[in-house]
Design a protein around this ligand. Sequence first.
Ligand SMILES: Cc1cc2nc3c(=O)[nH]c(=O)nc-3n(C[C@H](O)[C@H](O)[C@H](O)COP(=O)(O)OP(=O)(O)OC[C@H]3O[C@@H](n4cnc5c(N)ncnc54)[C@H](O)[C@@H]3O)c2cc1C
Length: 357
Amino acid sequence: MAEAGYVAPHWPPPWGLDADPITQLVIDEELRRAGVARPVNPIGIGWAGPTILHAGTQAQKDRYLMPLLAGEEFWCQLFSEPGAGSDLANLSTRAVRDGDVYIVNGQKIWTSFGHMAKFGILIARTDPDAPKHAGISYFICPMDLPGIDIRPITDMTGVQMFNEVFFDEVRLAADNLVGEEYKGWALAKVTLANERVSLSGGGALWGNGPTATDLLALVKRRGGINDPQLRQRAAQVYIDDEILRLIRLRTVTAAIQGRPPGPEASVRKALADQHGQHIMGLAKDLAGTAGLLAGAGPLGESDPTWNSGYLFSRVLTVGGGTSEVQRNIIAERVLGLPHDLDVEAGLSWTEAKVEAR
Ligand SMILES: Cc1cc2nc3c(=O)[nH]c(=O)nc-3n(C[C@H](O)[C@H](O)[C@H](O)COP(=O)(O)OP(=O)(O)OC[C@H]3O[C@@H](n4cnc5c(N)ncnc54)[C@H](O)[C@@H]3O)c2cc1C
């Protein structure tokens, strides 16, 4: 699939097909019809690859892009730190040039799949004296370098998805710098802005897991809902699902017409994250007292998907830009309300994403 250009058809050859939005949708549709799934490598294909394409050297493109598309080499993202989340540019991990290596010291956190990844995209401070956005550089980091300590964090679903990653005098080859030194913040924005055109909203948990339609089909099978409050919540879940579908169509239409996405993306994320929580919360409450059991589905049947989905759904309004930050953006950039953030001090993660668009 990677060699045929079907994994990321919008990339240029030889990795993609330079596909326009309509061709992308046709390829998606055909793959779905044939029951063919793309390789799973979300950070590699979604974020690292586009940034390497944009700013990497020819040697970096030749080395990393094809194995990444084929899912042969898995990637993670080393951006967030204990003191740098919403205010990502506040990061303090240091990379100091020493001949043909950088010496990296510091700590990252919430590194999804860090324990499974072969490479990570890393942003680190190379000039501590520059204004905070100006002193950051962007690297490709092999995860098996001496001095990297990956410590698992088990989340409340019981799964170890993310990690703390410590860097202790890690010697990172200078060849692994992507783009120019000190220009890492601009590249981080390229990373965050890169999204494929897709008609499918997928599951309610960031594209995975069950959807509102799945839950409402179960409700129908159960013969409806008598409790008026639960019934109202089911109606609201249906309405929100429909609104999200229409917003998605607007975004796709804009892409097909070559227009920039506009504020829909921020509105969609703010709505979709809460929507996921509402679906999972409703599924729990439909189960009644049986919902206290980890294995019970919305009809009291045995189905652990909904319980783990309910627990996982808490992260939706945090990861990739929190709901509060999304609302700040909508308030300021869509509604024209006064600034809440200290913009002089730096753009937040999500703001950077919007700005990049
Ligand atoms: C499931 C999951 C996977 C993740 N995977 C990765 C990964 O692979 N790599 C990676 O680098 N990071 C990852 N993250 C981290 C994620 O990007 C951060 O959690 C996110 O950016 C928020 O940062 P924070 O957790 O430091 O919270 P903080 O920024 O400290 O926010 C704490 C609270 O303060 C609020 N707040 C902050 N600033 C403002 C403001 N200006 N106005 C109003 N309220 C504000 C927030 O909304 C939040 O409620 C992941 C997170 C999750 C949940």
